[in-house]
Design a protein around this ligand. Structure first.
Ligand code: IPD
Ligand code: CA
Ligand code: CA
Length: 263
């Protein structure tokens, strides 16, 4: 059944790529600079309709839905969807956004896929089966890197919707990390950042607060690619509410933890 999901995501991405007059399609949500477009809503509705056919009894949790029951995640099978991760990039035509679909089985991620329609790369993982990247018609197994922190390329997100609360902490943490690494990047899509960790392009990533739909698919990709994802204090991540995220290859992430970078 999972094998049908990438095709559904590729179809949904056509809605993203067909976008025009995005400025006229924006609505503001709660939080700082938190926008949604009619395209986010259209992609989510398409995914819900199609994925429901595969999983008729699943609880559906989508970023643009009003009635997300994340408290049911531990007691049910849940589809966790971010229709467009990187909406601000999308609005600005920065061409770095993706669709993220995760299936969580009683609190444990069972399947995850992330599709970037701008470079036509699809990442997918099924628990216990490894992580893969589909590019140019080929399916390639992916793995996290083995770089030490001093040799690492790192990434972070700015938690832009909570900037008053978390902005200073974010940039202090980025500064602390930057000093021990080769460089640091900010892509504008947490799901693509987590895919980059899984494929070994980025060695360590952090963001002070991410939501279940930002991390669901990416977390499984990282685990199946041999990486680690956790909260800043080392506790397991949760899909029941937003939480801080630190991820990376086990070696570089441990070095960063031992240095006390994530507080
Ligand atoms: C956002 C992106 C961004 C991250 C934010 C997320 P959205 O998701 O992943 O990179 O920094 O914290 O909320 O709103 O574009 O789906
Ligand atoms: Ca998101
Ligand atoms: Ca989104």
């Amino acid at each position: 059944m999972y094998e049908y999901i990438p095709g559904i995501m590729r179809e949904a991405a056509k809605i993203m790529l067909s976008a025009h007059d995005i400025d006229a399609a924006i609505t503001e949500k709660t939080g700082d600079a938190n926008f949604v477009t009619k395209y986010d809503v259209a992609v989510e509705e398409f995914l819900f309709a199609e994925l429901r056919k595969l999983l008729p009894h699943a609880v559906i949790i989508g970023e643009e839905s009003d009635n997300n029951h994340t408290e049911l995640i531990r007691s049910s099978v849940a589809l966790i969807i971010d229709p467009i991760d990187g909406t601000t990039n999308f609005i600005h035509n920065y061409r770095t956004s993706c669709i993220s679909v995760g299936i969580c089985d009683h609190g444990t991620m069972a399947y995850g896929a992330i599709y970037n329609p701008y470079n036509d790369i699809l990442y997918r993982a099924e628990r216990g089966c490894g992580a893969f990247m589909e590019v140019g018609g080929k399916v390639i197994p992916i793995h996290v890197s083995d770089r030490a922190l001093a040799d690492s390329l790192t990434g972070y997100g700015t938690s832009p919707y909570y900037r008053e609360e978390l902005g200073r902490k974010t940039f202090e943490t980025a500064w602390a990390l930057f000093q021990h690494t080769r460089d640091i990047r900010r892509s504008g899509s947490a799901a693509l950042d987590l895919s980059a960790v899984a494929s070994g392009a980025i060695d360590v990533f952090f963001e002070c607060r991410l939501s279940p739909w930002d991390i669901a698919a990416g977390s499984l990709l990282i685990e199946e690619a041999g990486g680690v994802i956790m909260q800043f204090d080392g506790s397991p991540i949760t899909f029941e509410k937003p939480c801080p995220i630190a991820a990376g290859n086990p070696r570089a992430l441990k070095e960063a933890m031992d240095l006390g970078i994530f507080r």
